[in-house]
Structures are given as C-alpha cells and as structure tokens.
Design a protein around this ligand. Sequence first.
Ligand code: ATP
Length: 452
Amino acid sequence: MTEPAKVSMEKLVSLCQRRGFIFPSSEIYGGLSSCWDYGPLGVELKQNIKQAWWRAVVQERDDMVGLDASILMHPQVWIASGHLNQFTDPLVECKSCHLRWRADELKDNSCPSCGGELTEPHLFNLMFKTFMGPIEEEANVVYLRPETAQGMFVNFQNIVNTTRKRLPFGIAQIGKAFRNEITTGNFIFRSREFEQMEIEFFVKPGTDEEWFNYWLEERLNWYVNLGIKKENLQLRQHTKGELAHYALKCYDIDYLFPMGWAELEGVANRGDFDLVQHASSSGKSLAYLDEETKQHIVPYIIEPSAGVDRSVLAFLCDAYDEEPDKEEIRVLLRLHPTLAPIKVAILPLSRKEPLVQLANQVYADLRPCWMVQYDDTQSIGRRYRRQDEIGTPFCVTVDFQSLEDNQATIRERDTMNQIRVPISELKNTLQAKLEGEDLFVLPPGGQIWKEG
Ligand code: ATP
C-alpha cells in the first residue's frame, strides 16, 4: 500500500481559501454546490498548468495544431456522438430523505445518508440543457458540451484542408465542459463546471496500438516532469464492462488524492467511431486521402483527455509539505517553478526611505518578466513563511547594506539557502534559477550567504 497523501483535503481546502487560490462559487449567497471560483493565486496556477500543457503538446510539436471550438454545438452532434442516449449514470433516490445517489458508487442497497430504502435505478443524462433563441421549446434545445472532444471531430476536415497536416497528427483544445453529475464532491475533483485539456490524435488504422502506448508514456512523463512524484501515479486499464461506448481500449492515469486513487486523465483508443458517426449523421465525407496508397481511409483516434481542475488539485496535493521549523511548523508548496503562481517576492527589510525606493525599483524591474509580489508587512521570517505557503520559489531581500553595495539576497524556498548577488545581475540570475540552475552557481560578484 502506498502512503496516503501528506495533506488532508480539509487542510488543502483551508489553505486554498485562506490564501486566495480557490473560493466556493457565489460564496456570499451560501455557495453554489460543486462550482468553484479561482482566486488571484488559483488563476495563475491554473493558467500556468494550461500553458505548460499547450507548450508540450502544441508549441513544441510539429504534428499538432490547436483549436477553440464553441461550447454550444449543433444538437445533432450529441445524437451522432451517442451522448444523448448513452451519456448516463444510474440514479437512485432515497425513499425517506429523498437524497439522490449514483447506484454504481454505492456499497449496498441503502441510503448512505440515512440508511433508508432506495428506488430502482433509472438512467439519468448528464448533459445540461438550455434553449437557443427567445422561444423555450423542444425544437430549440441545445446542450452545454460535456466534453471538448466533439469540437475537434467535427472540425477534422477543416483542419486537414487548411493546415496541410498529414497523418499522424493531432488537434489540441482547452476549454470548459459541463456535466450534471449526480454526486459531486472532494473539492474541485468532481464539479459540474470544469475545464478539460484534450488531444485528438489521428492515426492510420493499424498504427493505433503503437500511438496509444506512445501517448500514455508522454502524458505520464508530463506530470512527472512538472514535479508529481512517480509513486503517486498509476495506470489502470478499463475492464470490458466499464469501457465507454466509443472506446476500443482505455487506461486511466490515476493519482493518489487524499481520498484515495482516482482518475486524473484518461487515454482512450476511440477507433474510427467518431468520424464514422459524424460522417453518416452529417452526410459529409470525413475520410482522409492517403497519398501513398491513393485510398480513402477513416483515421483511428487516440485521445488523451485531462482535467485542468483535477491537475490543479493533484499538483497542489503533491507539492504540499510540512516540516518542523524552530518551535513552529513550516508549511510549503514545493511547486515546480513553471507552475508557481508567484515566481519572485520582493521583501524590503524596512519601510524606511531610501530603502523603499530601491526595493520599489527592483520590483518595477522584475515585474515585466514574471508575476512578482511586493511585501513589506511584518517580520522577514513571517514574510518568508507566507511565500513558502503559496509556493513562491525565490524571495529577494533588499536591506540597508544594499544601499551601499548594490547587492540583494536571493533566498530559495525548498532549502532556505541564500546567495547575495549584484542587483544588476538579479534578472539573469533569477531567470537561470527558475529554469533549474543550482542556487550556488553564482553570477560575477555573487556570494553564498548565511541564513537570515
Ligand atoms: P469519472 O470516471 O471520474 O467520472 P470520466 O471517466 O467520466 O471521469 P472523462 O470523460 O474521461 O472522465 O473525462 C476526461 C477528464 O475530464 C477526466 O480524466 C477528468 O480529469 C476530467 N473530468 C471529468 N469529469 C469531471 C468533473 N465532473 N469534474 C472535474 N473534472 C472532470
């Protein structure tokens, strides 16, 4: 058995609310169940995760293009995709307290809340419905997309025609998805409005197995390269019984969340299901002309589908750490510098002039490069702790000696080691350290410094 995560969900939720990562939606009205708002730090973390994904799967690759399709789509999409009939969960209701549950998640046939008798299960469609235009009638029903994937399938031909991409190639998209989940919970793990980062990778039939294995490894490595501990990730193959209607094969990448192992990302071999369905439903050919054989083929699709919010949760859980520090406990987020919401904090040792002027100058110089915070309240020790708790990799301290020698101290979050460097070298030095250079590789005039 692997050790449970170091942080409980309660601790993490409390840190997220206290420090401005994540708030309940519409909190002043008592919150809206299973919807969350990302605060000033949360939005930075989320943005950094999305940017790291986009960079890895679109920018750095020659075989991938991006897309941003609309959330509302033609209703026929959901008939062809099978969502209207098959995107359902078995719902049961307690006859005493009337709470509703997902039958496949219950241990026995009684209500988990009051022990009451449950109704027979009926299939509940998870898609949110709304109306297009001013008349609320059945003919005007549209759905909030429950996945971003369909936007990429229906644009397959547009992409082939406009980008000259040849198989194998992929389309990548980040966007909101909505599911009217029966049971939600575990903070941002399962919500009704969430964000996905999805790839649809089109390959020649017969090469699909190879590409499936390739993407499984790529995606696992992406999490590990951004700091997730290998032992907290595992692969789980879907049994025949749990495979989605479109999938030939599927693996979940599970993460050891505080509540146990649960899906972080799914990698599926969707075969030719989606293109065949949309071609027959729309009457438009979605076949691809193979230039080698001069034959029309329907590509197979490998789909790595990740959740942004579940990634936020996994990166936070994995980064959370506590260690004894004198009489107190130091709480820190060991976030990868690429993901840290704030990269550098400027901490003047005093609020007196002319120190403040110099600290403000340093702040103004560094702000165009990264998200930088300025903090001049309370003792320096407390300010370091505050930055540790939000995962800021480096603090720059400007002190009275700085006025004489034009040097400032850089303190590293994880080791608390410090170096002192000329202010003129700050930007380049911080850049190098954020890219992974050892703290003790010193710029001209730099020196190893003692713990303050
Ligand atoms: P689960 O079995 O947990 O309901 P799923 O298998 O239905 O998830 P997929 O349809 O494979 O999920 O969606 C791809 C990814 O989107 C998931 O791996 C997850 O990261 C994310 N995701 C799906 N549903 C939710 C949700 N309700 N809240 C947050 N993220 C979600």
